[in-house]
Design a protein around this ligand. Structure first.
Ligand code: 2HA
Ligand code: ZN
Length: 272
């Protein structure tokens, strides 16, 4: 069995190609990480090489000790993942202390994991505890319309949540826990990772002002679907604002009725 024939790898390649076609990943923009299941680790065990040296992650993720992640590469283009796997992605293992990683497969020719590894792993760390290990994906995209809105709306998660919920009836059902917003920060380090993971305690979607967005989810389809839903909603809002703004919309009571019938719990903080 070759790596390219394994199901979760094929799914990952499809997802990265779909995300490229959506226009969310110009050049080397965006990055995706996936925590392998025990079965998947078993599936790849004859293909990996554990002899590499550990390197510092830059943040501590104790609860992810000994976990394996499929990660996109630093400076690599998401559009190339589907055509050249080992040059553009790799599998990394986290050490016993949750402080270091080593490349056990892929990322050939000296390539490194995504520059946003600290934000990804700290978000995985929060979601691992919060969902009892159900969430496995963190996806960071440069979704055009979400970024555009960060120049116009106040950088307030309550405002973003309410505005984007109003743009499509299914939004409160797809992201009932709302959206967090990180103000502009230098990407790639421990500070933005800390800010992002703090908001991940409450939300599955965290926007980085004037940069992009992070989504967390259980599997590739659900995480891609979440990104697609929130970005589509942002696209509708951009169109509505371009047409002079809302003339009518969904009311707070409409949202309460929707939440009751769809059996989702949504916070009153968004329904003022
Ligand atoms: O270039 O998206 O945030 C990769 C990135 C950095
Ligand atoms: Zn980015």
């Amino acid at each position: 069995m070759k790596m390219n024939d394994i199901k979760f790898i094929k799914n990952f390649q499809k997802m990265t190609n779909d995300a490229w076609l959506k226009g969310w990943h110009e050049r080397n923009g965006g990055n995706i990480t996936y925590r392998l299941t025990k079965e998947e680790v078993n599936e790849v065990k004859d293909l990996i090489d554990e002899s590499a040296e550990y390197k510092s992650i830059g943040v501590k993720v104790e609860n992810l000790a000994n976990e394996y992640f499929l990660v996109t590469g630093s400076g690599k283009f998401i559009r190339n993942v589907a055509i050249d796997l080992e040059a553009n992605v790799g599998i990394v293992k986290i050490d016993e202390a949750g402080e270091n990683y080593k490349i056990v497969w892929g990322l050939i020719n000296g390539a490194k994991p995504t520059s946003e590894l600290p934000s990804h792993l700290m978000s995985h760390c929060v979601k691992y505890d919060q969902t009892g290990g159900k969430h496995r994906i963190i996806m960071h995209s440069h979704a055009t319309n979400i970024i555009a809105l960060t120049f116009v709306l106040p950088l307030d998660g309550v405002v973003f949540t309410r505005e984007l919920w109003e743009m499509a009836t299914e939004c409160p059902v797809v992201f009932p826990s709302g959206i967090g917003v990180v103000p502009w920060m230098v990407p790639g380090g421990a500070q933005i990772a800390e800010a992002t993971s703090e908001l991940m305690k409450k939300h599955d979607i965290v926007i980085w002002a004037h940069h992009g967005v992070f989504c967390s989810g259980e599997d590739l389809d659900l995480t891609f679907g979440l990104m697609d839903t929130v970005e589509k909603s942002a696209e509708i809002l951009v169109k509505v604002l371009s047409m002079g703004g809302k003339r009518q919309t969904i009311s707070s009571q409409n949202f309460r009725d929707l939440a009751r019938d769809f059996k989702v719990s949504i916070s009153e903080e968004y329904l003022k």
